[in-house]
Design a protein around this ligand. Structure first.
Ligand code: FNR
Length: 185
């Protein structure tokens, strides 16, 4: 059994049947014992506005920041929207990164998976996101890279993975991420 880790999961898609959410769920189910995942909702976060950064910021911001702060690591599972990350995910990153000097992301180990219905698996979004993670000073798992293409073909009607190669790949990804967190927490 690996060291216990409690991982916050940020899914860049807000839609109920999101393939990225299904991928995040699959990773959670394939991870080593003791590694737990919790999806942290981002859809209700007010758009970041520095004017709201007072002694009583929006309650949703505070709750979100607390959730990330109390986690050991962050898994980002994102679609690609116009070759970048969806606005909802960028907003969540901006909310968590402030006030200046109090970013809840600072130093937390992270991993990125992107899934798309297209053939290149959200490569553009994956790497756009990594640019922000450099500035947030998050040690990000480098290998294996995880670009999941043609995601619409990978799940059965119940939302379970039906592709053995993808399952093997995601199991390995979850194991490497757990090791990465143990080394970088
Ligand atoms: C997309 N999609 C898309 N796909 C892609 O591979 N590259 C892209 O740049 C885009 N751009 C894009 C913009 C917008 C506004 C939407 C709504 C969609 C398609 C995208 O891969 C597809 O909708 C996925 O199913 C989104 O992921 P979820 O919601 O299934 O997790």
């Amino acid at each position: 059994m690996s060291m216990p880790h409690n991982i916050a999961v940020l899914v860049g898609s807000l839609r109920k049947d999101s393939y990225n959410r299904k991928i995040a769920n699959a990773i959670a189910g394939l991870a080593p014992a003791g590694v737990t995942f919790e999806q942290v909702p981002i859809g209700d976060l007010p758009l970041y506005n520095e004017d709201l950064e007072t002694s009583s910021p929006p309650a949703q911001w505070t709750a979100f920041r607390e959730k990330i702060r109390s986690s050991d690591a962050v898994l980002f599972a994102t679609p690609e929207y116009n070759r970048s990350v969806p606005a909802a995910l960028k907003n969540a990153i901006d909310v968590g990164s402030r006030p200046y000097g109090k970013s809840v992301f600072q130093g937390k180990p992270a991993a990125v998976v992107s899934a798309s219905v297209g053939p290149i698996g959200g490569f553009g979004a994956n790497h756009h996101l990594r640019q922000s993670l450099v500035f947030l000073d998050m040690p990000v798992l480098q290998q294996p890279e995880a670009y999941v293409g043609s995601a619409q073909n990978l799940f059965d009607d119940a939302g379970k993975l039906k592709n053995a190669d993808t399952e093997k790949f995601l199991r390995g990804f979850a194991e490497k991420f757990a090791e990465w967190i143990s080394r970088n927490r």
